[in-house]
Design a protein around this ligand. Sequence first.
Ligand SMILES: NC(=O)c1ccc[n+]([C@@H]2O[C@H](COP(=O)([O-])OP(=O)(O)OC[C@H]3O[C@@H](n4cnc5c(N)ncnc54)[C@H](O)[C@@H]3O)[C@@H](O)[C@H]2O)c1
Length: 302
Amino acid sequence: MKKVIILGGNGFIGKRLASYLLKQDVSVYSFDLTIPSDKENGINYIEGDFFDDDTLMKAVEDKDIVFHCVCTINPGNSWEKYMQAYNLDFIQTVKLCKIVSETNKKMVFLSSGGTVYGKKDIQPIEENSTTYPINHYGALKICIENVIHSFNERINDKIIIARISNPYGPGQDYTKGVGFIDAAIKNAISGKDIVVFGDGSVIRDYIYIDDVVKLLYFLSSYSGEYDTFNVSTGVGTSQNEILDMLKTHYPDMKIKYEKERDVDLKKTVLSNKRLMECCDYKMIDIKDGIFKYVEYLKDLKG
Ligand SMILES: NC(=O)c1ccc[n+]([C@@H]2O[C@H](COP(=O)([O-])OP(=O)(O)OC[C@H]3O[C@@H](n4cnc5c(N)ncnc54)[C@H](O)[C@@H]3O)[C@@H](O)[C@H]2O)c1
């Protein structure tokens, strides 16, 4: 049985990925700074610091597949924390690529879909579009991607770059800095204002978390000609459209429109043609995804 390790296994994507992998024919290892209090039966938890060389080496050395989900910055705080990101995240990921390439492991690196391409007239954006990161979070991801391309020149089973668009669903926590749908639903539930920057016309490519983790797992077995994939739906939805969908669940929700932010791109929709040509997969429609997430949160409240 293959051993799979998720670095950053307690996070939004890592945790859902670990739960999904438990149902596959693999042994699952979840690596993070702490052991979670809500441990799941069957997952092997490893407590450790990604930035400690020996700890990282020990954690990955006997594994077959590595999902790299650690990132210490996000689009919202990358202007404050970019030196940390280049000093720590970047360097440590280069070290990880070295280990992976020298020991014939498969790795999937979680990059960003929204921030790496920048402003684009032609949408949906394809993987071979030029990249022009709009902030240091995107720039960090591109630095790492470039290093991966160089390693891939010398290894047979390429390291895969997954450029994920805008995931939403169970386990998300918008207070960490990203997640419009999560923020909107949770504020609707608590009766707080749902804050929209601008007139609500900003368009994003929202993808349900269960689709993300299934596609990431698929990519861990991909060994074809490409090393970079958008993990996206290829469908754009505006914030106002999301709010209209939510109104059916929360008719009394309160929306507050504030001045638009110059950091927000007007539209980012990522083509998933490349990925869909490699795997025959049916995405969860945004309305169904929102319904599922609303039901999940209702069940949590009991
Ligand atoms: N959530 C999104 O909207 C989104 C979109 C595109 C790409 N991504 C990327 O996907 C990856 C996972 O995202 P996420 O939303 O699950 O992030 P997250 O912040 O929820 O999870 C990251 C995990 O990494 C762990 N971590 C941080 N420093 C660590 C260290 N020193 N040692 C061990 N573990 C450490 C954290 O404790 C956390 O559990 C990131 O690389 C992120 O940039 C996320």
